[in-house]
Every structure is written in C-alpha cells, then in structure tokens.
Design a protein around this ligand. Structure first.
Ligand SMILES: NC(=O)c1ccc[n+]([C@@H]2O[C@H](COP(=O)([O-])OP(=O)(O)OC[C@H]3O[C@@H](n4cnc5c(N)ncnc54)[C@H](O)[C@@H]3O)[C@@H](O)[C@H]2O)c1
Length: 275
C-alpha cells in the first residue's frame, strides 16, 4: 500500500524545479493527491497534467503568494474542493542578489511576503486539520543561505533564516499532535531560480567550496523532502536537513593538500603534554 494513498499534499512552487519534482514523487511514488500552488498558470497546468498522464492525481491552483489575501482565499478554495491538506511543502521562493546597502525596501517586503509570510499562513491553516486528524507533515524548503551569509543575499538569506526559525516554532507547538514540521536546506541546484542568481563566477566558486565539488540534482533535494513526509520520519521535528554536498559541514577545504609529495611527510609534532 503506497504510504500516502488517501492523503492530500499541497506543494507551493510545484510548477517548477525542486517543488515540481517533490510534487511528482508524492503523487507518483507515494500516491498522494497533489495540489500544486503556483503563480505561473501555464507551468502549473503542465505539471499537474503530466502527473495525471503518468497515472497520478493532481490539481493546480494559481495564486501570487505575495498577497496574503489571495493566499488565504486559495486555502479556502483548495480545502473546499480537496479537503484539508495532510502534507504541506513550501517550495515557492524568490531571490535577488543586491548589495546590502542598496537593498530596496519594496523588494525586501516582497521577499518576506513570499518566503516567510505565505508559508506561515499556509501552515497555520493546514495545522488545524492536521491537529484534528492527529497526523501531518510540513516541509519548508529553506536554503544554506539561511544558515551562512552570502554576498548579496540580504533579503533572501534573512528570509530563509526566518523560515528555519518558523519551522522550529511550528514544530514545538504541534509536536503532540502527530505532526512534524521540518525544513530542507538545499545547497546549489541547477534550476531556473538559481540560473537567475549564479552569474559572475558564482557557479565556479560553489564548485570549489562544496566538498562534493558539484551542484546538487533536483532529485536529491526532492528525495529528502519525500523522506521527511514519510511515515518513517515520525520522530523528526523542528529539524533543518542540509542537502548540500557537505557545504555547511566545511571550513578549510584544501583539495590537493595530500597530493603534494612533501605534504605527506609528518609535520612537526607538538607534544600534547609538553613541560
Ligand atoms: N535551486 C537552488 O539552488 C536552491 C538552493 C537553495 C534553496 N532553494 C529554494 O528551493 C525552492 C525552490 O526553488 P527552485 O530552485 O526549484 O526554483 P524555481 O524557480 O524552479 O521554482 C520556483 C517556483 O515558485 C513559484 N513562485 C515564485 N514566486 C511565487 C509567488 N509569489 N507566488 C506563487 N508561486 C511563486 C515559481 O512560479 C516557480 O514555479 C525556493 O524556495 C528556493 O529558495 C533553491
């Protein structure tokens, strides 16, 4: 029996990139009924149709998550049509690379609205049903930028740090209801969003700074979200799972240190108990 056969999954940003792959996995592998929530009607329609062609159940709702009013109206409509979601994945996100001193207020507010306020409203709404049913899974797609600062990431990084804090807040207040709330912090993944951000040598820098030496694949991020949505992940809550090729674990990273013949000889030994 597929593990989410009778469950409703709401996936924001499910029209593209990471969110789309998560929607596909939940619908086609775990047999959830997936509601894709996105502002792009064409790609959202394509994603839902493609899932249905492959034998899954999927619908889509078009909304600009920057608007709290429109987000709340979408939640009412979705719940009326499909029921209250058992699984929520907040993957829609926006970003810009701007010097901190020049960051425009309007873009800051927009980033917070999409990356923080919309997930807050969606989780708040869904938790009522999850509490009543005694089961629920929430997965927020954060970022390594919410844990480490990056040049130009004032709005994006701060919003993702807030999303990680929001994850913990909801997690502890819903922990007794059979609900888990977790985040995934992806490293760099080749998607339309990241193509718009990673100019100016950023891709080469990530190649050097990620211990695995490569970008992640969409599937690798989606797999982590699918795991956190699974029955087996029932004792994990309030956690942020880095899926980043080792980026957050890394400090000094010298790739060729042991390739140099003289580097392999033992260096001077400093006695631990020198007198
Ligand atoms: N790609 C990466 O390297 C990377 C790294 C870390 C975190 N992330 C996070 O992963 C998530 C998914 O990103 P992606 O790379 O798959 O991007 P993507 O651009 O492929 O997909 C984002 C989706 O969100 C939708 N969206 C954006 N703003 C919206 C709004 N206001 N209302 C409704 N829908 C909106 C877009 O239409 C799009 O379908 C984002 O939250 C992003 O911050 C991505």
């Amino acid at each position: 029996m597929p593990q989410h056969a009778s469950r409703i999954a709401l996936v924001t940003g499910g029209a593209s990139g990471i969110g789309r792959r998560i929607a596909e996995k939940l619908a086609l592998e775990d047999r959830a009924t997936v509601c894709i929530v996105d502002r792009d009607a064409t790609t959202a329609g394509d994603a839902a149709a493609s899932i249905r062609r492959s034998g899954g159940k999927a619908a889509y709702f078009v909304v600009d998550l920057a608007s709290a009013t429109a987000t709340q109206a979408m939640l009412v409509e979705l719940t009326d049509q499909y029921g209250s979601p058992d699984i929520v994945v907040n993957s829609a996100g926006m970003a810009a690379t701007v010097p901190a001193l020049e960051y425009p207020l309007a873009h800051w507010q927009l980033t917070m609205a999409v990356n923080v306020t919309a997930p807050m409203l969606i989780i708040q709404h869904a938790l009522n049903g999850m509490k009543a049913r005694g089961w629920g899974r929430v997965i927020n797609i954060a970022s390594i930028s919410g844990v480490r600062a990056g040049t130009g990431r004032l709005g994006y990084g701060t919003s993702k740090a807030a999303l990680i804090a929001l994850t913990r807040q909801f997690a502890i207040e819903s922990a007794e209801w059979g609900v888990t709330v977790n985040a995934v912090a992806p490293g760099p993944v080749d998607t339309p969003l990241i193509r718009s951000m990673h100019g100016g040598g950023t891709a080469d820098l990530y190649g050097a700074m990620v211990p695995m030496g490569r970008y992640g694949a969409i599937d690798e991020i989606a797999h982590a979200a699918q795991f956190l949505a699974s029955q087996g992940a029932s004792y994990i809550t309030g956690h942020t799972l880095a899926v980043d090729g080792g980026f957050l674990a890394s400090g000094l990273l010298v790739r060729d240190l042991f390739d140099k013949p003289d580097a392999q000889a033992p260096g001077p030994v400093v006695a631990a108990h020198a007198h």
